[in-house]
Design a protein around this ligand. Structure first.
Ligand code: RTP
Ligand code: MG
Length: 136
């Protein structure tokens, strides 16, 4: 077990559909702590940097256009095994495969509009927190 920080982002579709309060309640129920939180519209540069690993994928442009299409909620969430805990709470990437009771399982429409992003490793978490909150 390790005390971790993870970067979490509620995607534009979920903000527009007013699921923010419900998602925050689910995060708090896990016992993890919200350290930072901000509503913002991402710049194209931030979106491209966040999804740099997918630059060669056919859906890259669609992904950048979608994530910059409206306000997102950016968060730093911390606690014991925060990265894994948040990935479990979020559910599978494709909402079709995400279990009922997970955030994507309950609110997800399709693989692009899959409600929420969470860092997948400690290295990704530190990179994403620096990118979105300007921390070292
Ligand atoms: P995320 O990075 O957003 O937390 O999601 P993830 O780790 O579960 O999935 P990842 O493989 O990193 O994919 C990043 C995001 O790309 C979008 N995607 N679209 N159109 C498609 O086929 C497709 N495949 C992936 C999803 O929004 C996914 O969250
Ligand atoms: Mg990912």
């Amino acid at each position: 077990m390790a005390l971790e920080r993870t970067y979490i982002m509620i995607k534009p579709n979920a903000v527009a559909e007013r699921h923010v309060g419900d998602i925050i309640a689910r995060i708090e129920r896990t016992g993890l702590s919200i350290e930072r939180m901000e509503l913002a519209v991402l710049t194209e540069e931030q979106a491209e940097a966040n999804y740099a690993e997918h630059v060669e994928k056919p859906f890259f442009r669609e992904l950048v256009d979608f994530i910059t299409s409206g306000p997102v909620v950016k968060m730093v969430v911390s606690g014991e095994s925060a990265i894994k805990k948040m990935r479990t709470l979020m559910g599978a990437t494709n909402p079709i495969d995400a279990a009922p009771g997970t955030i994507r399982g309950d609110f997800g429409l399709d693989v692009a509009a899959n409600v929420i992003h969470g860092s997948d490793s400690p290295e990704a978490a530190e990179r994403e927190i620096a990118l979105f909150f300007g921390e070292e």
